[in-house]
Design a protein around this ligand. Structure first.
Ligand code: N01
Length: 539
């Protein structure tokens, strides 16, 4: 462990981790195994992070569970048996709890502890944290493991507080069951959360009105019980399977290869056959069908039109089908993986309001006024997403060198180096945030990568007697320029996505994740380490 400075408080932790989701749990396990004094602070009363907070009906993972799971411990990955191809939220939460128990993590986790303040002390070269209830900690290193999607976005709808029914947000769902029977429900939003909950709510509610601003591309999950033969095959060489996945741009999906030719170079018949095959497989496999879907708008348009034709074949009312057909490039916003989403619009109790034609004017005591018509509701669900990447950090009083607030530092956008560190914020690492490829990978692949990189870095510093590490502003701006140059070669800048901050009024429009693919990103991080942490200043 890096040497403490003479002024570091004697009771300072080696590492303070904020968040006990999948990132915080693995961080604690890994760094504690190196002999470090580590503490995890978690705002919620439970471990599990995203899978504790996002418990709306139908919440489940959109990457197959055999791939959306930890790889760091062979016994863990062998003994855990997922019940379904795509695990639902309760099973994912059980898994997080199992990991916490299996690795004896709870003794170093403080639940119900929301960090409100985190200040860097330049003299002592350590961080001081304070929780909402006034408790304090000091630590030489901090890892922010609070996730890129943990700051719910509640749009400022006029009249929201006058609503006499119940208002729920997809990302802050109550823990007791919500009874939709006999209710008139309004759902605002049609992203992944809405696409998962809408079919289930529709089956129970008296009426369901969906308010759509941008139609979603949704591909069937074809969820079902785990294929035990596939599981046996994977588990026979789980390490090899994980290694092959890490060679994929997305960190998962190595069982399927893209067609050997780009979509632009094959006939219509071949293209349709390949896309049809991927539709039958389900999930993200559609976006891996051809190598040029993310880089060539014309190729992408073939896949868009393929999904639009599916929508038109499923949805009986042609006006509704037309309204559900997206016009932006597929994959530009995160693809939704669904179970019965489009077919839900064939139900007599479901209606769709296109807010581009009928803008939401205000929420009334008894519903939603849009386009001059009041749509009755006694339960209003905001499936309106997150202030992604920056929101989780900027809502904390997080100050680095010279009292610089992260909000001011990131006023032009989330400057960072390798997605892991920020100039002016020494010894602070950010997990799966802006600048990382996490949004395009199975996030656990990114989490394990980041934590292993951070752990190696801390050991390297210890061997050389360094106390602090911080990126230079030059390295940071080169990295951000590289991110933008890569994004410009893709379709990602051509729609309004949370990757761009476009869902939050007033947020700078800037592409925040690294779109270069996981192998390229991991190699870049490895090269920086091999070069003695080039781009960082060490003291
Ligand atoms: O949020 P979203 P989400 N008026 O931002 C609309 C992950 N996730 O919670 O598209 C009207 O995607 C907004 O419209 P627009 C996954 O990475 C994974 O659904 O901005 N509408 C959009 O339709 C996902 O991408 C799973 O024009 C407004 C919706 O609200 C990410 O989390 C499940 C509005 C928000 O969609 C976020 O998903 C769930 C306004 N003022 C989530 N403001 C899995 O499957 C926003 N909207 C694992």
């Amino acid at each position: 462990m890096p040497a403490p400075s003479a002024r570091t408080p004697a009771d300072a932790l080696d590492v303070l981790i904020v968040g006990a989701g999948f990132g915080g749990l693995y961080g604690l396990h890994k760094l504690r195994s190196l002999g470090l004094k580590v503490r995890v602070l978690e705002a919620a009363p439970s471990v599990g992070g995203t899978w504790y907070a996002n418990r709306y009906p139908g919440a489940r993972v959109d990457i197959q569970s055999l791939e959306y799971s930890y790889s760091f411990d062979e016994a863990l990955q062998q003994e855990w048996n997922w019940s379904e191809r795509y695990a639902a939220q309760p099973e994912l939460l059980r898994y997080a709890n199992h990991v916490a128990d299996r690795f004896d993590l709870r003794r170093d986790i403080e639940l119900d502890t929301r960090v409100e303040q985190m200040h860097f002390d330049e003299g002592a070269r350590c961080w001081h944290a304070r929780s909402a209830d006034g408790r304090a900690w000091s630590a030489r290193f901090v890892i922010m493991a609070i996730g890129p999607l943990s700051s719910p976005n509640t749009p400022a709808f006029e009249g929201l507080s006058s609503f006499e029914g119940r208002v729920l947000h997809s990302a802050a769902w109550p823990h007791e069951p919500v009874d939709f029977a006999g209710r008139d429900v309004a759902v605002i939003g049609t992203g992944s959360s809405a696409v998962q909950m809408i079919p289930i709510i529709a089956e129970q509610a008296r009426s369901l009105t969906v308010f759509q601003r941008t139609p979603a591309y949704a591909v069937p999950a074809h969820n079902g019980p785990t294929d035990r033969e596939r599981e046996r095959r994977i588990k026979a060489d789980y390490a090899g399977f994980r290694a092959r996945n890490r060679k994929m741009r997305s960190g998962f999906g190595s069982e399927l290869s893209p067609h050997p030719l780009p979509a632009m170079q094959v006939s219509d018949a071949v293209r349709d056959a390949v896309l049809e095959e991927r539709w039958a497989i389900g999930g993200f496999s559609l976006l891996g069908a051809f190598t040029d879907l993310f880089t060539d708008m014309r190729a992408n348009e073939f896949a868009c039109e393929f999904v639009r034709s599916k929508i038109r074949s499923i949805v009986q009312d042609t006006t509704v089908a037309a309204a559900l057909c997206p016009s932006h490039p597929i994959g530009c916003k995160r693809l939704c993986v669904d179970t019965g989403y489009y077919a839900t619009y064939n139900r007599a109790n479901v209606s769709l309001v296109d807010v581009n034609r009928a803008p939401i004017e205000r929420i009334t005591p008894h519903g939603v006024l849009a386009g001059g018509r009041e749509h009755a509701a006694d339960l209003l669900v905001l499936a309106t997403g997150f202030d992604a990447f920056t929101g989780p950090l900027t809502r904390i009083d997080l100050r680095g060198r010279g009292g610089l607030h992260i909000r001011d530092k990131w006023q032009p956008g989330p400057l960072n180096y390798l997605g892991l560190a920020v100039a002016g914020f020494p010894n602070l690492f950010n997990l799966v945030g802006a600048g990382s490829t996490s949004a395009f990978t199975s996030v656990i692949v990114s989490i394990e990568h980041h934590i292993d990189w951070i752990a190696d870095c801390m050991q390297w510093m210890q061997e050389r007697g360094h106390t602090t590490i911080e990126p230079t502003e030059e390295a940071e701006s080169h990295y951000v320029e590289l991110m933008h140059a890569i994004a410009q070669q893709t379709i990602f800048l051509s729609c309004n996505s949370w990757y761009l901050g476009a869902n939050i009024p007033g947020k700078p429009r800037l592409f925040m994740p690294m779109a270069g693919g996981f192998p390229m990103y991991a190699e870049r991080c490895a090269a920086v380490a091999r070069d003695g942490y080039s781009g960082f200043v060490l003291h």
